[in-house]
Design a protein around this ligand. Sequence first.
Ligand code: HEC
Length: 89
Amino acid sequence: MKTLKYFIQTAFLLSLILMIFDSCKTSLAIKEKTGSVLWSENCSRCHYSPDPEEYNDAQWDVIAMHMRVRTNLTQEESEKITRFLQDAN
Ligand code: HEC
């Protein structure tokens, strides 16, 4: 009986550890998203995805500040999107 209890506890702990590792994998994938992916996933929620060619680099810098707050992006995500838009205009 003692062995069974030990076995169940170990299995429970192992699955917990695996779950934690699995959730780390997900956040890594989000971190690896490119500017174009973040742009297509986030910037069309409230309006059409803006065309990169519609604005120049300086205008994108200002727009990024405004839309970062609305979209609830991290600094890094916002910078990736801005770089993508500025490279594509
Ligand atoms: C929560 C809703 C929301 C999200 C998400 C959002 N926007 Fe907007 N966006 C708005 C609203 C509302 C306006 C118009 C009013 C304004 O400019 O404040 C706007 C206007 C704009 C404009 C026009 C600005 C102008 O001066 O005409 C651009 C370009 C733009 N958004 C780009 C983006 C980009 C890039 C993203 C992704 C990072 C984004 N938006 C995400 C709500 C949003």
